[in-house]
Write a protein that binds this ligand. Structure first.
Ligand code: NOJ
Length: 560
């Protein structure tokens, strides 16, 4: 197969227009500002941008409550500004993914307003109603502690409506053919304006059965095929990246056995176990999560991430594992959220320790899949725990030492810039880090470049190499007659590891370090004895630097 599935080896960067750059001085970011910052993103080596919702919305849930799917919220600019942005991204070789939030609308959406006002409205059936309060109205709450139920009474309709999330986000009746047709229309619209695909919000809920009689929603997986087919008929190389925090046993239902459904999914399973591994210096559950999520069609890809705009959801860990992650990374109650997660940014979780931050990133960049970075993490930005719920990790990007971190000329940004303590913009900002060769920003740029030179991760098959020490993770990827090997020490003490590459022949005797001059030659016993400092990481090419001369156009069975 020719390797032109771009998403298999992309570097994705997620951001919210609201928090990135304010060009018009009203205190919130906008498309004009973002477009001006495209050169920065190009410099960082990003290949794909994922934008959080920016459509017209009351923004009671950061835009995940859309009131007009066919417009840009006036606060961020116009459709014209949006097209300037997608054009600018394309000129710089970057693709754009946008959020597709169609499990629910805002309660202010004209569809809902019409549906509640008139029983005969054509939109009535676009939502999910009940005459009586369903007995399980307090089950299945997504935001415990903040959200009270999943059914609320609407005074105008004099009926109960279903909302999986907050009460201002009524669920769409996604089984309705007209709703399904509308979803395709929305996708077609934005595709026409230059997007390369969608990060699809809350996929299990979109395809789950809904209604007062439904006790346990059943996913209607065929819907995923319809979405994908439509999108690819319109624009062949567009993709859907699914937000589906599901158990590994259903992964193939989402990807499709033949890869006919979602092209990408976020790997929540690996994400949670990775944080456990970092907290406990124990890679065993992570390796198990990797094995469980290994089966996937060859055209499918995982999105690998550390933090995103939500809380770090630890709901899939055992109670004991979750406790150890809380203890290590979010010990105080106000660092935790929804009884299951941590709402902090990465750098403060890791106590600003550069070694641990690099280790975490090195893992993210070398685990199977396509890496997805969070804006500001390339600078080691912090959080503001004084802000409610998830807003604490959505503060404005810190560009410089200028007032408000160079984010806005307004002295009252809508979300305050972090301006105190070690993570304040005075210390953590792009302008200062650009000049410092050892900064986090320059480290990230370098690691992004290196990741792009290692297509084996995105395309190849991998094997976790057996090592005795649970604090060590050693993974080898093979692709087209080339192999790479990554070794990580998750503990806070130095470790010596003896490993064999698992490859027959003389090649496995030499490991060329891709990041330093610290190479390795196998000892007499055929093994590599690698001394790893605390939190160390190694990126090796197996064999030598003539690998590109050896690369083959097909898989070479002898190696596999
Ligand atoms: C998942 C999004 O990531 C989150 O931010 C949002 O609140 C919910 N879906 C509801 O749309």
């Amino acid at each position: 197969m020719i390797n032109d599935l771009w998403y298999k080896n992309a570097v994705v960067y997620c951001l919210s227009v609201e928090s990135y750059m304010d060009a018009n001085g009203d205190g919130r970011g906008d498309f004009e500002g973002l477009t001006r910052r495209l050169d920065y993103l190009q410099g960082l080596g990003i290949t794909t941008l994922w934008l959080m919702p920016f459509q017209t919305s009351p923004r009671r849930d950061h835009g995940y409550d859309v009131s007009d799917y066919y417009n840009v919220d006036a606060r961020f600019g116009t459709l014209g500004d949006f097209v300037e942005f997608t054009h600018g991204a394309e000129q710089r070789g970057m693709r754009v993914l946008i959020d597709l939030v169609v499990n629910h609308t805002s309660d202010q959406h004209p569809w809902f307003q019409s549906a509640r006002a008139d029983a005969d409205s054509p939109y009535r059936d676009w939502y999910v109603w009940a005459d009586e309060q369903p007995p399980d109205a307090v089950d299945g709450i997504v935001f415990p502690g903040v959200q009270k139920s999943t059914w609320s009474f609407d005074k105008k309709a004099r009926r109960w409506y279903f909302h999986r999330f907050y009460d201002f986000q009524p669920d769409l009746n996604t089984a309705h053919p007209m709703v399904q047709a509308e979803i395709l229309k929305i996708m077609g619209f934005w595709t026409q304006l230059g997007v390369a695909g969608f990060r699809m919000d809350a996929v299990p809920f979109v395809i789950g059965t809904k209604g007062p009689q439904v006790r346990k929603p059943v996913e209607q997986f065929d819907m995923l095929r319809d979405l994908r087919e439509f999108l690819q008929w319109r624009q062949g190389d567009s993709i859907i990246l699914a937000e589906a925090n599901v158990l590994p046993k259903t992964d193939l239902d989402y990807f499709g056995d033949e890869g006919e459904r979602m092209q990408m999914m976020f790997n929540f399973q690996v994400n949670q176990h990775l944080f456990y591994a970092l907290a406990a210096a124990d890679c065993r559950p992570l390796v198990k999560a990797m094995k469980q999520t290994k089966p996937r069609p060859s055209t499918a890809q995982w999105g690998t991430f550390l933090r995103n705009h939500d809380e770090l959801d630890l709901g899939r860990l055992t109670d004991e594992q979750r406790e150890s992650v809380f203890k290590a990374f979010g010990p105080e109650k106000n660092m935790q959220l929804y009884d299951r997660g941590i709402r902090r940014r990465l750098a403060p979780m890791l106590e600003g320790d550069r070694r641990r931050i690099e280790l975490a990133y090195s893992l993210m960049f070398t685990l199977p899949g396509t890496p997805v970075l969070r804006y500001g993490d390339e600078l080691g930005m912090g959080d503001d725990l004084g802000l409610p719920e998830r807003v604490c990790a959505r503060t404005p990007m810190q560009w410089s030492t200028e007032p408000q971190g160079g984010f806005t000329t307004s002295d009252k940004p809508v979300v305050p810039v972090i301006s105190e303590g070690p993570y304040g913009y005075q210390h953590v900002n792009a302008a200062v880090q650009r000049r410092d060769p050892n900064s986090m920003l320059n480290w990230t740029e370098r690691i992004v470049r290196m990741r792009k030179e290692v297509p084996e991760i995105g395309w190849g098959e991998y094997e976790v190499l057996p090592v005795r020490d649970p604090a060590i993770l050693a993974v080898r990827y093979d692709w087209r007659n080339n192999s790479v090997l990554f070794v990580h020490n998750l503990s806070d003490t130095p470790r010596e590891v003896a490993l064999s590459t698992g490859l027959a022949g003389p090649e496995g005797r030499v490991l060329i370090n891709l990041l330093t001059e610290n190479h390795s030659n196998a000892a007499e016993d055929g093994k590599h004895h690698v001394l790893l400092e605390a939190y160390a990481y190694r990126w090796y090419r197996v064999g030598g630097l003539d690998y590109l001369l050896k690369r083959s156009d097909i898989e070479t069975p002898a190696r596999a």
